[in-house]
Design a protein around this ligand. Structure first.
Ligand code: AMP
Length: 294
């Protein structure tokens, strides 16, 4: 596997159909599933590891973001990556960088509302990755369902010839979606964090039982979080998968997204719904190699 610090170097090392997996590193099984999927569908797979300062609205969150490039390289290689690109901040944003990509509408609600500027940071860095690395297909997790909608809209609007694909959420045994931020949870907060997915699974049960009562479905999604004193809900919404507009009617391709702060750590999770079929994600049988240091 090749390790590069520039887009040019990385692009020069691959040929044929190229899959791209953008990450902020500190890889876990959720990231690795994206890499495995990309490796299975392409001639070459590029993984980027870049903690993008432009998408952080909170300096403490940025400074405290976990990093371990050496470990990431081993995990990425094992999952089938051909190239890892780990560029510096000054390479991605030289002093005279002046362009910001903003995607209107699809960024209005949910994460866009609660984290002003966040999606401009995401869209800008991903546009740079698409331009610099020219992938045929790029892979993103459905955990970040609104982010997937934002990237797909950005790629269409800017005519990037890239297919943007969503990959199911990878979960721990109790349902908690894997996230690099989970390592910051205290044991009590870790228990409380499972209320996000518990609510989503209760909502999934109602949908699969044929309910179209969106108020009841969203109430079921909120309920476990509301019952836990360590959890402060930011939002629980049903939204159209393409426009990311919140809706009160079930139908077509949609997602239920939740965001909550659990004892100081902000977590998000999503459930993707297609015409009454729910993608609950994949539950891992064991938690042996999930996070850094293990
Ligand atoms: P991050 O490093 O957190 O920016 O995530 C990089 C990519 O991995 C994004 O497309 C995320 O949606 C995806 N991802 C993160 N956690 C998971 C998970 N538990 N399951 C599936 N995809 C994930």
């Amino acid at each position: 596997m090749n390790v590069c610090t520039t887009f040019e170097d990385a692009r020069g090392r691959v040929s044929g159909r190229v899959g791209l997996v953008p990450t902020m590193g500190y890889l876990h099984e959720g990231h690795l599933r994206l890499v495995e999927t990309a490796a299975g569908e392409n001639d070459a797979t590029i993984v980027t590891v870049f903690v993008n300062p432009m998408q952080f609205d909170d300096d403490t969150d940025l400074d405290g973001y976990p990093r371990d490039l050496e470990r990431d390289l081993g995990l990425a290689a094992r999952a089938g990556a051909d190239v890892v690109v780990a560029p510096s901040v000054t390479y991605v944003y030289p002093e005279d960088h002046r362009t910001t990509v903003t995607v209107a509408g699809v960024t209005d609600a949910m994460e866009g509302h609660h984290r002003p500027g966040h999606f401009a940071g995401v869209a800008t860095v991903v546009a740079k990755l698409f331009a610099g690395l020219r992938p045929d297909t790029a892979y993103f997790g459905r955990k970040d369902a609104q982010q997937l909608a934002v990237i797909a809209a950005m790629a269409r609007d800017l005519s990037f010839p890239v297919d943007v694909k969503g990959v199911p959420v990878v979960r721990e045994v109790d349902g908690l979606a894997l996230s690099s931020r989970n390592v910051r949870l205290s044991p009590d907060a870790r228990r409380a964090a499972s209320t996000l997915s518990a609510g989503l699974m209760a909502a999934a049960d109602l949908i699969e039982d044929g309910s179209s009562d969106v108020a009841a479905i969203l109430a079921a999604a909120r309920s476990p979080m509301e019952a836990d004193p360590l959890v402060r809900i930011d939002y629980v919404e049903l939204a159209d998968a393409r426009s990311a507009s919140p809706t009160r009617t079930l139908g077509g391709k949609q997602f239920i997204a939740v965001a909550a702060v659990v004892d100081g750590v902000r977590l998000i999770d999503s459930l993707t719904i297609l015409d009454g079929d729910v993608d609950r994600g994949e539950v891992l049988p064991s938690s042996s190699i999930l996070y850094g240091g293990t």
